[in-house]
Design a binder for this molecule. Sequence first.
Ligand SMILES: NC(=O)c1ccc[n+]([C@@H]2O[C@H](COP(=O)([O-])OP(=O)(O)OC[C@H]3O[C@@H](n4cnc5c(N)ncnc54)[C@H](O)[C@@H]3O)[C@@H](O)[C@H]2O)c1
Ligand SMILES: O=C(O)[C@H](O)COP(=O)(O)O
Length: 603
Amino acid sequence: MAPSAIYDTAPSLSPSPSSPYRILVPEKLSPEGLSLLRSSGYQVDTPAARPAADELLRLIPAYHALIVRSETKVTAEVLAAAGPKLRVVARAGVGVDNIDVDAATKKGVVVVNSPSGNIVAAAEHTIALLLAAARNVGRADAGMKAGRWERGRLVGVEVGGKTLGVVGLGKVGMKVARMAKGLGMGVVVFDPYASAEVARQAGVELRGELEAVVREADFLTVHTPLLASTANLLGEKELRSMKPTARVLNVARGGVYNEEALLRALDEGWIAGAGLDVFTSEPPAEGSVAARLAAHPKVVSTPHLGASTVEAQENVSMDVCRQVVAILSGGLPTAAVNAPLILPEEYRRLQPFVKLVERMGSLYTQHFAGERGGMVGGRRFELVYHGELAGVNNTRPLLAALVKGLVSSISDLGGRDVNIVNATLVARERGIAIDEKHVRDVGGGAVVPTYASAVTLRSVSSDGGFDGEKEEQVIEGYVSGRAVYISKLGRFTANFQPQGTLLILHNYDEPGKIGNVGTALGRHGVNISSMQVAPLHGGSVVVGGDGGGRSTESDDGSLADSESRAANEALMILGVTGDVTQDVLQELGKSEGILHVNLVRLE
Ligand SMILES: NC(=O)c1ccc[n+]([C@@H]2O[C@H](COP(=O)([O-])OP(=O)(O)OC[C@H]3O[C@@H](n4cnc5c(N)ncnc54)[C@H](O)[C@@H]3O)[C@@H](O)[C@H]2O)c1
Ligand SMILES: O=C(O)[C@H](O)COP(=O)(O)O
């Protein structure tokens, strides 16, 4: 399996040289990143103008990756329209509030961003607005350009010695706080999630209440993401409790201040001014409150320029383009918003086991659940890691691989495939529960005595025993080199590679069986490419049919016959090519000594 399997949404759509991966970049992205994409052999489309919402819906199905800044709205509708090709939505910046991350997760599309590429730019822009708001730079400049010399009307205030209130001591907030201290300001902070130790080391005062920060601040700046919990965080109550000389700044997201309240605060003199880079609608819709704020004489406003420096744009462009290349070529992103973090060395180590576990899941569904109506939903599974593998802590890729293997052959996932992004969600939707066990010792167990790392999959009933009334539904496998093998299937000791189309026949291991099966398949034009006989595990005697059900003693002593025949049960595992029709399966099933026939299709 190619390493891209973790993020694959449609392996069959892997591009060929004549049909490369296509990447849509509807917004302006620094050329360094675009060059990286093109030199990696991808087709990069950069429309001259940002496509309107309906145009994006029309375009998106052709693309494997979409790279946006803050203007393109990547809605659930866009993600639904994307179809199976789309693997990654990259945000060349920090905020992902323009992307429906939940919808992307459901679809198994990775969302990546550049968490720190524009931090310096955003912090410096905050300081620019701080000073501009303090010294009326915007109005003074506009006056000069209009031929006015307004020295008397534009007396400002100093920031040195004043208090800056910071709401949100994250990456930008911290940088702003440090810069403000450099300007001689005192800094008080509200951030319920910030570490007191980190705040202390930065020389800022952490307050337990937002109200305290708001009351103390001569300048107030917000640096939180826009979330349900931060929308309108600063409303009428907070703005009314500020000093009338205070000025507020927003280089985070429009909507963290309630815009109506802010407009009234400025109009009615609750505060003295504002520096705003972001608005609830961008560009502010004509006549909107956002537009009135942007045009307000007490406001210095900029059109969402916080990240717009040459340096920041190079940073974010390279950050996200590298991640797009990584994902499309089977590597790992460094800043996935909706996928677990896996270190590259962990991932490399797990790769062969990802393939093994996916095949085991698929084999389970087709061999065991297939016999019983394809039911894997609502079941509890146990995945046991033996040997070296037991030392791996981050097994998310293996869980994802199991879910993918269990459900892929049986479910219509509505155009989505299972990957590490959505596996937990898919499992939850289908009532599949997976427990994991780490068993370091492979030497002592009866199960996998010889391999350095092995995996056992079993279906477990609610009382903790094996599921299935008749049979232990167990599959064991191991990796050798890059090849994967199944070493146990149900009650049978095996050693076959789970790949291609397999015919699994449960039979009495008696002379003539192989010949009969071979002749029947030959008659139907089915070629046998590999063959393995899997005997009962440990030579145990099981009485009865496939399930090893109860024995019933008869008067004529037929139990002895039946016992000896059952002791010779085996699986015949044939790798086949050609069309194995229902007729073929029925004919084989009726053959003397054949107890059951299963067709299993693996990749
Ligand atoms: N204007 C721009 O061009 C521009 C540029 C970069 C970043 N931004 C925006 O700035 C914001 C901050 O970015 P960041 O990288 O520093 O994010 P971050 O995730 O590093 O920091 C956010 C901080 O907000 C805190 N927080 C969350 N909820 C809070 C609440 N209810 N009250 C107080 N604090 C709360 C978090 O604990 C965290 O410390 C984001 O919205 C981002 O999109 C804007
Ligand atoms: O969240 C961000 O990174 C900033 O708001 C930058 O947005 P932009 O990429 O649209 O400039």
